[in-house]
Write a protein that binds this ligand. Structure first.
Ligand SMILES: Cc1ncc(COP(=O)(O)O)c(C=O)c1O
Length: 373
């Protein structure tokens, strides 16, 4: 979609990357590291100062103590972290449970690890799961469940009760949990709801069966740096490190040095990040509603899932093509997030990790959108 947007000069609200600058001080630390000749391979599982900073941050933010020598693997983005974790732990014939709609990589990750993905729907408008359906999907072949929280594409933030239910099933069926926590700092608190980030690793009995997959990409607006990490118990970490060594050897050394600095930023950094994203979300939501979309208000992450059935297009692909070519705005077709394309045929996703001027231009263009009904 990004390539299509470039080709047709469309405002790109498809792929989730900021079009505003990364923080100046973080960029400067990366330049200083290159200048100081931090230019050779870091230790394959991550530079010591970066792992130490990750351990400190995980303790202060999640209250979890991790051993940076035995429980962290630094990877090339959380993208590598997820597949390295799966390849390290999943065997042919195992099943991996994936909530659907899902971030596009999870099913291919499971398939590349020779596992069978099993899908459990998150149903609009609240994107909750049916507990009986989830329980019925767990069985003796279940090796793991993937939980993306806060969730891409839906914006759902799971409640403590839901997380405990998933945790209970993992323990009952002796399954692992891979949690993608890349949006942990992008949350939209609201009256009457307890919107906060809960890591699966914080829950009773889950630390020893959870792989936390995370990254610098979204929290520090550096998606192109490709620095991510896995936090897991020593035995699982040892397996992940072996896979990681053969996949990529290591993540960029000078960017890990800058990462160590970023992780030591004060709370105000995260408060501002959240406030700024809240303003962007609150700007785009009414624009989409006015233009004829039915929106699902996100409690976290930086996407808005929408329902396009009010426009009268055959499917999400036809609609997306029209939006890019005739209106000049790019989004992601809903079918990308489902195992069966028809499930997402009347949905599209917009991202709002963009400058005000980009969102304003998108708003202007979206005002030209007409229903075919
Ligand atoms: C849920 C989720 N996980 C992982 C990624 C990729 O992250 P990284 O840049 O760390 O590889 C994305 C990117 O959009 C995402 O939305």
């Amino acid at each position: 979609m990004t390539r299509e947007a470039l080709k047709h000069g469309a405002v790109n609200l498809s792929q989730g990357f900021p079009d505003f600058s990364a923080p100046e001080d973080i960029k400067r630390k990366a330049m200083e590291a290159i200048d100081a000749d931090v230019n050779q391979y870091a230790i394959t599982w991550g530079a010591k100062d970066f792992r130490d900073a990750l351990a400190r941050k995980t303790h202060s933010y999640l209250g979890i103590k991790i051993d940076p020598e035995e429980e962290i693997t630094v990877t090339c983005g959380s993208t590598e972290g997820m597949i390295a974790a799966m390849m390290a732990t999943v065997d042919p014939g195992d099943e991996v449970i994936v909530f659907e709609p899902f971030y596009e990589n999870y099913a291919p990750d499971a398939i590349l690890s020779d596992a069978q993905p099993r899908y459990v729907p998150l149903r609009a408008p609240d994107w909750t799961f049916d507990r009986d359906e989830l329980r019925a999907t767990f069985n003796k072949k279940t090796k793991a469940i993937i939980v993306c929280n806060p969730n891409n594409p839906t914006g759902r933030v799971f409640t403590l009760d839901e997380m405990n239910f998933i945790a209970g099933l993992c323990q009952e069926f002796d399954a692992l949990c891979f949690t993608d926590e890349i949006y942990e700092h992008i949350l939209y608190p609201r009256e009457g709801a307890d919107i906060r980030h809960i890591s699966m690793a914080q829950l009773d009995g889950m630390r020893e069966r959870t792989v936390v997959v995370n990254s610098m990409s979204k929290t520090y607006s550096v998606t192109g740096w490709r620095v991510g990490y896995c936090i897991a118990p020593p035995e699982i970490t040892s397996a992940i490190r072996k896979v990681h060594d053969f996949l990529t050897v290591g993540a960029a050394a000078p960017l890990q040095a800058a990462g160590a600095y970023a992780l030591s930023l004060p709370q105000e950094y995260y408060d501002t990040l959240q406030k700024d994203y809240q303003a962007r979300r609150d700007m785009l939501l009414p624009v989409l509603e006015r233009s004829g979309f039915r929106t699902f208000v996100p409690d976290g992450a930086y996407y808005i899932m929408t329902d396009i059935s009010g426009f009268g297009f055959a499917d999400d692909l036809e609609f997306t093509r029209h939006l890019i070519r005739e209106i000049g705005v790019a989004c992601v077709p809903g079918s990308s997030f489902y195992s069966v394309p028809s499930y997402g045929a009347q949905q599209v996703r917009f991202c709002f990790c963009k400058k005000d001027e980009t969102l304003n231009l998108a708003a202007e263009r979206l005002s030209q959108l007409k229903s075919r009904l």
